[in-house]
Design a protein around this ligand. Structure first.
Ligand SMILES: [Zn+2]
Length: 47
């Protein structure tokens, strides 16, 4: 099962493991491979 993430800018759907980068401080950075839109510190489902 591959959860998909939709880019808020270009609407491209990509597997979450391809576009999310986990940081050492448990923050997660989303980077779109198509338009290179970046979102820092996005929220995850983990409480
Ligand atoms: Zn994009």
């Amino acid at each position: 099962m591959n959860p998909l993430v939709i880019c808020p800018t270009c609407q491209k759907q990509e597997p979450i493991h391809d576009v999310l980068t986990a940081q050492s401080n448990q923050n997660v950075i989303y980077t779109c491979n198509q338009c290179h839109h970046t979102v820092r510190n996005i929220e995850t489902s983990k409480g």
